[in-house]
Design a protein around this ligand. Sequence first.
Ligand SMILES: NC(=O)c1ccc[n+]([C@@H]2O[C@H](COP(=O)([O-])OP(=O)(O)OC[C@H]3O[C@@H](n4cnc5c(N)ncnc54)[C@H](OP(=O)(O)O)[C@@H]3O)[C@@H](O)[C@H]2O)c1
Length: 266
Amino acid sequence: MQDQPSPPPSSLAGTARRVVAVTGAARGIGLAICREIVDDGQYVIAILRNSARVSEVQAVLGEHGRAVVCDVGSDRSVVELFANIRRQEGRLDVLINNAGIIEPIGRISETDAAQWATAIDVNLVGAYRCVRAALPLLLANPPDSDGQRGLIINLSSGAAHRPQEGWSAYCASKAGLAMLGRAIDLEYGSLGIAVTGFAPGVVDTGMQGQIRASGINPVSKLPRESLVQATGPARIVAALVRHCPVAYRGQEIDARDTAIAGLVRD
Ligand SMILES: NC(=O)c1ccc[n+]([C@@H]2O[C@H](COP(=O)([O-])OP(=O)(O)OC[C@H]3O[C@@H](n4cnc5c(N)ncnc54)[C@H](OP(=O)(O)O)[C@@H]3O)[C@@H](O)[C@H]2O)c1
C-alpha cells in the first residue's frame, strides 16, 4: 500500500462527513461510486490495485478524498491500508467491497485452477480481508439513532444466486460473498454493523467488455446499448451510504428493484 504524494487532512473528527473506503476504484462502477459519494459531501478513500491511475482518480476526488494503492489479494497490503486509514483519518464509517474480476471465463474443464483460485481470492477473500481489517474501526464509532456504527456494502450480482455458463469461479465467489454478508450480519449486526449485498444490474464497464468478448452465455450476447451506465447504480450506493434502511440490512438487494431505485433522491 502506498500513499499519494500530497497528504490528506490528518483527521476528520468533529466533522459530519462520513469516511467511505471504496475498493476497485480505478474505473467502472467503483470510480462512479467515488464520484457520487464525493458529490454527496462525504470523504472517500479510493483504493486502487496499482499506482497507474492514482493521479487521475485523485483529480476526481480533489480535497474530498485520497487515492491509495492496495491489492485486496494481499493480506499485508490490506492490513497496511487500514492501519494507514486509522493514522490518517482516525476513523472509518463505510466500507464498499467493489473490487472484482470476471476471469477465468470458460467451462470448468477449460479453466486453469490457479486462475480460478485467484478469482475466489480477489472477489471473496479480498472482501473478507477488508472486512476483517475494517471492523475495529467501524465498531469504534458511536451508534447513530438506528444503532448503526458502520456500514459494509458488498458488490453482489445475479450470479451470486443463479449460475451462468462459463462463470463458475465468478458465480462461486459472489455466492460466497453473499454468505459472508450473512455471516457479518449474524456476528456483528447486533453490535451496530449494517451489511448489504448490492447487485448493480448489467453495467457498461470493462468487465462487461470482457464478457462480450467471450461470447459464451446469454449475458455476453447483450448489446452494449442495452447496458446501464455506472452512474445509476453508483447513485443508489451513495443513497445507501447516506442512510441504509433497516429493512435492507443483512439482505441482498438489486438496483433493478423499483423500491431500491427509488432510494435515489431527485
Ligand atoms: N459490470 C457489471 O455489469 C456488474 C454486474 C454485477 C456485479 N458487478 C460487480 O461490480 C464490481 C465492479 O465491477 P465493474 O464492472 O466496475 O468492473 P471493472 O470495470 O472490471 O473494474 C473492476 C475494478 O476492480 C479492481 N480490482 C481488480 N482486482 C483487484 C485487486 N486485487 N485489488 C484491488 N482492486 C482490484 C480493478 O482494478 P484495475 O483497474 O487495476 O484492473 C478495477 O478497478 C465487481 O465486484 C463486479 O463483480 C458488476
